[in-house]
Design a protein around this ligand. Structure first.
Ligand SMILES: C[S@@+](CC[C@H](N)C(=O)[O-])C[C@H]1O[C@@H](n2cnc3c(N)ncnc32)[C@H](O)[C@@H]1O
Ligand code: SF4
Ligand code: SF4
Length: 470
């Protein structure tokens, strides 16, 4: 039987002048990442064994680009899938509560509607009690998770208004009573000052606030309905959050209106002592179309945004040290591998919605994804007046993986893409199993990333065991 090429070989040409090596070979299943010359890159790309010498074949077998028999790859795949499932079994069950969809800001790119934000509904104490009862049922029934984490999401969960403050306090008290160990709040930060003592008292551990740029840029988009900006309040909230010991994520939503100001924002965060603080995580994200289908015109593609981020790295070296690129498929794997000198586990699924997230909102509905919440047609259950799971809909999310999405089962990028975003699949095709396929974007991103990280790849012999030998 003749050897076979792996189904997961990724060959990326490097767009740099005068480099010794012209392409990167990457196999996310074996974890190998190697700089190679054009002849090997072409042979692997075209799957031409004949073009390789026997010693080259042997090296490629050792690195997991070629298998002696197809069954060996299948066995490795199922072994890693098992390890992946076990890693997720260790992760805490994730619940998210939406106390209200109302919001005190009116960000033009927000994927939620102005109508949702104008509502006045806030969870009642009775509904909070039902939500915690439901969480106990949902947690016990699941295969995943040894602990439980709670997130608060919105609309805006932290509006400084008496009734809302009362219900947030009630939620936090219940969470403590029910033994939730990690509590994270996603907030615009506008009113958080009024909440800090409460958040400290109930041992909330993580906050996420959004800062979209230097003051004029941030204020043009993260603003109230009356047009008042929020930069000063959010910046001082981030500083206070760090002083009080909260792990603080600073999210930067990038689009055409603010990408070029990224270096300036990082400079501000460094000057304020935020960027280098060990409790801070600065993670740019990309403004997405999530269901608005083209109504916000300034979105960037993933590769355009990545190019902007690399430009920022070029202008300000510290930016490359403090910005985490987890929002970009593949980049998470590459940054991790270069930082930790070992491969990141393959992405058999796209995100936590396909594992263990339950979102419970102020209407008594249950969802798998915070970004889809409020769209009743996509609810996977309800918890008021009693818990009812819409089993078929829930199963569609939880079983979604690269193995059951027809388009993905043959894709060489599957293990870094995870089958694309389920929400986008629903928005575009109304079908979780028909992804809005980012293949071309992934190709472009890999080219940008490997060209950018070329020196680090050269200097990373543990990751690049085959470097120079192939
Ligand atoms: C809908 S908001 C709710 C919580 C809170 N109001 C806030 O802004 O953090 C949740 C998250 O979605 C982000 N967001 C809103 N619209 C987005 C979009 N179109 N694309 C990407 N992120 C978006 C916000 O920056 C925030 O981090
Ligand atoms: S603050 Fe959050 S929920 Fe409100 S409009 Fe902005 S992104 Fe949307
Ligand atoms: S969505 Fe496209 S790129 Fe992603 S795994 Fe599926 S086929 Fe591959």
């Amino acid at each position: 039987m003749s050897p076979v090429f792996s189904s997961y070989n990724i060959v990326t040409a490097i767009d740099r002048k005068n480099t010794e090596w012209t392409a990167v070979l990457w196999n996310p299943l074996s974890g190998a990442m190697d700089l190679v010359d054009a002849s090997i890159a072409e042979a692997v790309q075209r799957r031409e064994l004949r073009a390789l010498s026997s010693s080259q074949v042997e090296l490629l077998v050792n690195r997991g680009y070629i298998y002696a028999r197809k069954e060996e790859e299948t066995a490795r795949l199922s072994q890693l899938f098992k390890a992946y499932n076990m890693a997720y079994a260790e992760k805490a069950m994730a619940f998210v509560l939406i106390p209200t969809y109302r919001c005190n800001l009116a960000c033009p790119y927000c994927f939620q509607s102005a109508d949702q934000h104008a509502e006045s509904d806030i969870m009642s104490e009775e509904l909070v009690d039902l939500a915690f009862d439901a969480m106990a049922v949902l947690a016990n029934e699941k295969l995943w998770g040894k602990g439980k984490t709670l997130g608060l999401f919105g609309g805006e969960p932290l509006i400084a208004e008496r009734r809302q403050m009362g219900i947030v306090e009630y939620i936090l008290r219940q969470a403590k009573h029910e033994g939730f160990r990690h509590i994270k709040i996603i907030t615009n930060g506008f009113d958080i000052a009024a909440y800090f003592d409460m958040l400290s008292e109930f041992e909330v551990d993580t906050l996420q606030l959004t800062l979209d740029g230097p003051r004029p840029i941030h204020d043009a988009r993260r603003r109230t309905r009356d047009g008042a900006g929020s930069f000063d309040r959010v910046l001082s909230a981030v500083k206070e959050a760090l002083e009080r010991g909260f792990t603080t994520h600073v999210r930067v939503n990038l689009d055409r209106r603010n990408i070029s100001a990224l270096p300036e924002l990082v400079r501000i965060l460094l000057n304020e002592g935020i960027g280098q603080h060990k409790g801070s995580i600065i993670a740019p994200a990309i403004v997405g179309d999530f269901g608005k289908l083209g109504t916000y015109g300034d979105v960037l593609s993933w590769s355009e945004a990545l190019e902007g981020v690399f430009n920022a790295f070029g202008q300000l070296e510290m930016a490359s040290k403090v910005l985490r690129l987890d929002a970009w498929p593949a980049l998470k794997h590459i940054q991790y591998a270069l930082r930790e000198r070992r491969p990141y586990l393959p992405s058999f699924k796209h995100c936590d919605s396909e594992h263990h997230t339950y979102v419970l909102d102020n209407k008594g509905d249950i969802y798998t994804c915070p970004d889809i919440s409020g769209r009743k047609e996509y609810a996977v259950g309800q918890f008021s007046p009693e818990v009812i799971r819409f089993e078929a809909k829930l199963a569609e999310w939880r079983t979604r993986s690269i193995f059951n999405i027809p388009k993905c089962s043959q894709c060489s990028y599957a293990l870094i893409c995870g089958g694309g975003c389920g929400l986008e699949a629903l928005n575009r095709h109304g079908d979780l199993l028909q992804p809005l396929c980012p293949r071309e974007e992934i190709e472009k991103m890999l080219q940008l990333a490997f060209s950018y990280y070329y020196e680090q790849l050269l200097g990373n012999p543990s990751l690049l065991a085959g470097n120079g030998g192939l």
